[in-house]
Design a protein around this ligand. Sequence first.
Ligand SMILES: Nc1nc2c(c(=O)[nH]1)N[C@H]1C(S)=C(S)[C@@H](COP(=O)(O)O)O[C@H]1N2
Ligand SMILES: [Mo]
Length: 218
Amino acid sequence: MDDTPDDSKLTRTKRLWAEAGKFLTGRQSRPEEDRLPPGQHLVRDWPVLDLGIHPDLPLSTWRLDVVGLVENRLSLNWEQFQALPQTELRTDIHCVTTWSRYDNDWKGVRVRELLDVAHPVEQATHVLLHSYDGYTTNLPLTDFAAPDAMLATHWQGQPLTQAHGGPMRAMVPHLYFWKSAKWLGRIELIGADRAGFWERNGYHMYGDPWREQRYSED
Ligand SMILES: Nc1nc2c(c(=O)[nH]1)N[C@H]1C(S)=C(S)[C@@H](COP(=O)(O)O)O[C@H]1N2
Ligand SMILES: [Mo]
């Protein structure tokens, strides 16, 4: 393998992972009194919020596609997706409707494990996530590649229920939860930011809970 400094493949991936590192939410190091973002309140149950369609996705026909600005377009079936390295993470959820839920135990595949295979090209700056219910949401590629961003299949030791996005959903803990697409079916790598469903309907293009980026200022 060519590892000269100008090997674009190598440096591209290394640079992406380095940039993404700053989004690790680091709950362990955050003081407890700073754990709840401004304007949020704590809940113990896990509310269901969506457009009202809960698609039924049998594992036998389920697929995850990775398309757009990647060197290797992917269309994985469930077995192929499950063959990627599995990880367990504990994260907090912050919903734009002001509830937060601490200590969610997830299992699944880190986003970067998938991106390592798909290999975004240099021009890729953002992703648009497409879900099986027709939902879309956008985020910068470096945020999607954050070390604790996951394609989650389990919550608290159980397979994700259909209502919460099973069999697989995105989980990006450092942004408001509307960025965490349930029933994720297609990841589109794009070269400029493009608004998803809620972003076209008044929500913020980025959605940082710590800066209360709930709605777009027009
Ligand atoms: N596919 C899809 N994903 C979605 C949504 C949706 O309507 N469809 N709603 C979003 C919103 S607004 C929120 S707050 C969270 C809610 O996830 P939950 O129902 O598991 O709490 O999912 C997000 N992901
Ligand atoms: Mo939401």
